[in-house]
Write a protein that binds this ligand. Sequence first.
Ligand code: DON
Length: 565
Amino acid sequence: MKYLKNLFLILILLLIISCDSKPVHGKNGMVVSTSTQASKIGIDILKQGGNAVDAASAVGFALAVTSSSNGNIGGGGFMVGHFADGKTFTLDFREMAPSKAYKDIYLDDNNNVIEGKSLTTHFASGVPGSVDGLLKAWRDHGSGSIPLKQLLEPAINLANNGFKLSKYEANRFNKNKDFLSKHSATKLIFTRNDREWKEGDIFFQKDLAKTLTRIASKGRDGFYKGITAKLIVEEMKKVGGWITYQDLDNYLSKYREPIIGSFNDYNIISMGPPSSGGILIIQMLNMLDLLQTNLNPPLDLDFNSSDYIHLLTEIERRAYADRAEHLGDSDFWDVPKEILLSKSYAEDRIKSIDVSNATNSNDINHGLKMIKESEETTHYSIVDKDGNAVSVTTTINSGYGSGITINGAGFIMNNEMDDFSSKPGVPNLFGLVGNEANAIQPKKRPLSSMSPTIVLKNNKPFLVLGTPGGSTIITTVLQNILNVILHDMNIKEAVSSPRFHSQWLPDVLYYEEGSFSNKLILDLKTKGHDLKQRGNIGEANGIMINEKGFWGGADYRGENTAIGY
Ligand code: DON
């Protein structure tokens, strides 16, 4: 019976993938995001003469309206850009810990983590970075032809005049009704008294429209100063003033040194600390590269063969163990970046890999935390007619962040403080453990897994991609790169293919429901892996570029749309 159920699920999955395995084509530009309205707004900006960065900023503000659970201006993110002339930038607009934050803030008198404090209270929020980041990118790297008002106008219109809820968004509100009802300002906007939300209901966000209008007329000061700042500070006064005027004024998005690596004939550009994504992706590609060239006899590295899954799991185990110990905000912690990224370090790390047996992760108790199954971060990829490419991942962390809306300002605050290590060895929401490198300090940024990435071929953008998914972001981006480079998939097949994930601790190999055959499960168990089935892993949105144009791949998981022109 179980066998039949598995077979059935695999057939359904194959059907989904084969029915819709064609990417969307465009010759002049491509936007892939989690919202049809936002993708359309991005394309409109490109058609109006904006470049990929203008479009990325406009999409970011639009998502703040259309995708409340994740795309919010109450949060932060990372942007990776590569221009046709070869210029590259990586911008960090991650939240910063308020000045009142301190190492043990989430511990009780007995040194135990206080359940929920870093997730669902006012203290869960870092100082939001999205507004500063999106505006900085637009100002420094935009075409100069799209004024600020034009950039924000589509988002303001959506918030003010309302937009029709998709079935997916309506269901998401309904599914989260209890959580959205806990805070009065949140309840007023995101729940209905009379009935549940339905597809086609018009969703208005008047306060958010006012906040966006202030940003459109005053730029950064429309958020970090004046009325918006006052509303944030007043909300925070309810708990004694967690985020202050000073904290808001001090917020600064920062350009970081891009993380660069290579695999086969490709160069990879990704995000550095305070994201762990870039370093881990390159580390893992380095290990795989050595294994694929050195193993004798060579292993079967076919897509999702048991050897392939085993090797990637072993590689992931080692990379995530390094993450827990060595990675944190490099403004506060000396991240041994050069060593971690070097081929010689990879050579050292793979010495302990046994090609037929799983290594045991050590015995640190990973607690009872479940890895979440819904994707509450968002990724979008954009390419313009000149071949400029932008890859952006933003988040307020878990679904609807802390659940606390800034009264009068209409946006939900992040719960990104949970991405810090509240206590060494105690896992966060995503089961990730950490140590001193990611301990809480005022003004520090919590370690992230977000991995907006651009892959170059002959020094030109070839892939633009990223995904939500907490700790699974890094392994999802890795698998997507390999799906195209090693397994010859088009971008739509790449993002839609079944995925698996492991992260050192907990010592488990997760796979998407119905995606592994019984034989594969048995093979992997024989090698010593502890397997667990789970829901969707990530929602990858990517673009592939070749001589025929731009190819958009929107993940079938969730509600993603690729639009080209
Ligand atoms: O920055 C991070 O790594 C997390 N805050 C991302 C959270 C996320 O992807 C939630 N979606 N499942």
